[in-house]
Design a protein around this ligand. Sequence first.
Ligand code: NAP
Length: 441
Amino acid sequence: MTSLRIAVVGSGPSGSYCAQLLAEESESPVEVDVFERLPAPFGLVRYGVAPDHPKIKTITTSFSEVFEETPGLRFLGNVQVGSDITLDELRRHYDGVVFATGAPLDRRLGVPGEDLAGAHAVREFVSWYGGHPDAPPNAFLLDGRRAVVIGVGNVALDAARMLVRTTEELRATDVPEHIVDAFAASTYREVVIVGRRGPAYAKFTNKEFIELLDLENCDVVVDPADLELDAEQQAHIDSSPPAARLFASFVKAAERGALGREKTVRFVFDRSPVEFLGEDGSVSGVRLAKTSNPSVTETLDTDLVFRSVGYLGKALDGLPFDAETATVPHRDSRVLDGEEVVPGVYIAGWIKRGPTGVVGTNRRCALETVTAILEDTASKTSSATTASAVDELLRSRGIQVVDWAAWRTIDEAERAAGESTGRERVKLHDRAEMLQLAAAK
Ligand code: NAP
């Protein structure tokens, strides 16, 4: 019996779940090739989940088992779909193609001064401390006093927490050594997190806020005046248990007040950024206006601002794109061009539903995608080529494919680097070094 052959583009949580579920759910033999532009798998789990949240990263252990133990499942790292191999080629070589490419762009604020030096999309910071190969190793010199984070989602809390963690805490993570050194030299003492609406609408979870409250070296300051709720916020809290729990924690934080600790994370609500101020091309302050009364403004002096206001999907070569939602239009995970389904092309994860949810949310999302693929291919004879035809195509283009064995060589080098300092791993940051190790497998 010929195998069904599926290409999955992206090895982050949704791509990895798709691969796993295709193998688990298919009643007939299936071959799955997972394409990844980086030399390492797992996308946002490896490069986006905060380094001090190692529990969330343990999902990579079960994904690794799937890659290792599933016959017909391959990892093809360091391959850029679109340039190294095109969508048309994937459609010729496979019975189905799933794009699980995430949301690699950043929402903008659209205010003057947003592009001054020192004003960053939070992704740049997350990628840097996560050791992402595209992030310059020296991207951040943490030599200021106050940092400002715009947005009150979980990513904003991640960035703030990393700025106030102690060096000992960071040394226990997989953060590359040169980046731990940069944090150790940091002179930032205050992080201000700015919410444009009231505290009832903060998007981060209570669990993450409590984690912040529990940091021993850091005060968490919430202004009691910000906790006076208008009728709309009160109604929201009354109808949303998670918002009510989080609000109760804000109240506790306001009651506790500042305890004179070394560092401070301060929250301000009902404030919208209206302008980034600059000196010699670098940010020197952020002007905020009260959202409920824009004539009231204030300026926060700062030389480091992160806009943490959400990620955006990116249009994919040859596929329709909804610029409004920054997602690919679909019906039941099948890509749509107008009202027509694009045969054999599917989506999963953030490119399908937008940048929301936790890692586990992608399992359910991937299952919908896999169900659509298996329904569509159930009564069809495979017209795909073979794994070796794909290998030959990539070889003819001089692409150094990092397969699973090659990734394991990188993985083992990272674990060995961790062993000497009592950590699980220390990440490699440099793509060339990773590719060199991969070539030596
Ligand atoms: P998010 O949860 O959507 O938060 C975005 C924040 O930006 C919101 O507070 C939003 O306020 C604000 N915002 C948007 N446009 C703005 C503007 N023009 N001016 C000021 N503020 C603006 O996004 P995220 O933090 O990037 O997280 C993405 C997803 O990953 C979420 O589902 C998150 O829970 C998940 N995640 C989870 C964890 C974890 O479980 N530990 C860690 C990281 C990320 P409004 O509400 O007013 O729009």
